[in-house]
Design a binder for this molecule. Structure first.
Ligand code: PLP
Length: 419
């Protein structure tokens, strides 16, 4: 067995002050049963830096009121800060206009918005919706509900043994009945980065709009919705060092304007009588009721934090962590990495011969190591690889080489306990 240590490339670790970054995250100082926390469950939810926590406290202690309603000082401040947060998100994804950014409660909510707002209005009996084997359940189940309601059909793009989409097969699925494509940018279960630009362009040649589930991409790579030319793009704050309960849906203005509202209530209206309601303009048409004001402002602070570090630098550092971790795990007999795509984010799904993933997670937890075990809300991926579940280590830019070493040592310990 090759136990030689492969150090992270110096040019990547230099200029990336890891210890300073780690010091921003109070939770990373935690001990679990006396062992330092090794947090490798970032694909499920990332941790929050002090800067974002401070922003939330400042909002709650000096700026909180309901928005878009009153003329008093606090309401005006809160309305402005909420709007600023929208503009930060607009810049982050390079949307053309701020009204193309809708605050939702997260990726799941964003996808459901598109299903109700676009799908229920425009998809008809006999139409076809293309999804991929890699989708998270949140980009499967809403479309299944729609297909059942409308008598439409779902077509699925297969993946190869490395966990890469078979793009040629995708292209073959198109016909005159194809009316919508839902596409995951980065697989949460395997880390595969999909060639979405090529796939969007192909769909557009057939006049078909594309929704991108960017939950696992936005934290790890620069997103430019104009360059991608996607019609919809969704992600959640809590995977980008922000709060839970908020996310965004980007939608092209013309499409959003053509859609029906998803939820009815306050703020999404221009006028209401018992005979008729006229809807507000976008984005308000899709933000019924009091939105997650504090969380959206915290989301804006998280975007500031990440862009100060630089998403490109985050991506380069995480890629070197991925290479190191892949090498370490490949060197342990009995460990099999599921998902070996050429283009991956720092996610490693693995199995260990003869040991159930749940047991792996439990023993690793005793060493303070947090990994996710289960089907990762991507059961079709598990079915494709013929496994009920995997263990998944998912890295963020605040993880370090020694935490990869801890994972490798933890896995060997699991083998000692069970084999
Ligand atoms: C690829 C992907 N899509 C959608 C979701 C759902 O995100 P949320 O639970 O924040 O709505 C997740 C969460 O794990 C995800 O990884």
């Amino acid at each position: 067995m090759n136990s030689a240590k492969v150090s992270l490339k110096p040019e990547i670790s230099s200029g990336f002050d890891l210890e300073k970054i780690r010091a921003d995250f109070p939770i990373l100082k935690l001990k679990i049963d006396g062992k330092p926390l090794v947090y490798l469950d970032n694909a499920a939810s990332s941790q929050m830096p002090q800067q974002v926590i401070d922003r939330l406290v400042r909002y709650q202690t000096t700026q909180h009121a309901n928005i878009n309603r009153a003329v008093h000082y606090l309401s005006e401040v809160a309305t402005m800060e909420y709007h600023n947060a929208r503009c930060k998100l607009q810049q982050f994804i390079n949307a053309r206009e701020d009204r193309e950014v809708i605050f939702t409660s997260g990726t799941t909510d964003s996808i459901n918005l598109v299903m109700h707002g676009y799908g229920r209005k425009f998809i008809k009996a006999g139409d076809e919706i293309i999804l991929t084997t890699l989708e998270h359940h949140s980009n499967i189940v809403p479309w299944q509900m729609l297909a059942n309601e409308k008598d439409a059909k779902i077509r699925v793009v297969p993946i190869n043994d490395k966990g890469e989409l078979e793009v040629d097969e995708y292209e073959k699925l198109f016909n005159e009945r194809t009316k919508f494509v839902g596409l995951i940018h980065v697989s949460n279960a395997l880390g595969t980065i999909n060639p979405i630009k090529r796939m969007i362009d192909f769909a557009h040649q057939h006049g078909v709009p594309v929704l991108i589930d960017g939950a696992q991409a936005a934290p790890h790579m620069n997103i430019d919705v104009q360059a991608l030319d996607c019609d919809f793009y969704a992600f959640s704050a809590h995977k980008l060092c922000g709060p839970t309960g908020v996310g965004i849906l980007f939608g092209k203005a013309a499409l959003l304007e053509s859609m029906q509202p998803f939820k009815g209530g306050g703020d999404m209206i221009a006028s209401v009588t018992f005979e008729e309601t006229l809807y507000n303009t976008i984005p308000h048409k899709f933000e019924a009721g009091t939105p997650p004001i504090a969380a959206a402002i915290g989301f804006g602070a998280a975007i500031d934090y990440l862009t100060t570090i630089g998403i490109a630098r985050i991506a380069a550092y995480e890629s070197s962590l991925l290479n190191y971790a892949t090498e370490c795990l490949n060197n342990i007999p009995g460990v099999k990495i599921i998902g070996t795509a050429a283009e991956k984010t720092a996610v490693i799904s693995f199995t260990i011969d003869g040991i159930h993933p749940h047991d792996i997670g439990t023993i690793l937890n005793q060493d303070g190591i947090a990994v996710r075990t289960g089907h990762h809300c991507a059961q079709p991926v598990m079915q494709r690889f013929n496994v009920p579940a995997t263990s998944r280590a998912s890295f963020a830019f605040y993880n370090k080489e020694t935490e990869v070493d801890a994972l490798a040592a933890g896995i060997k310990n699991v083998q000692k306990v069970f084999l």
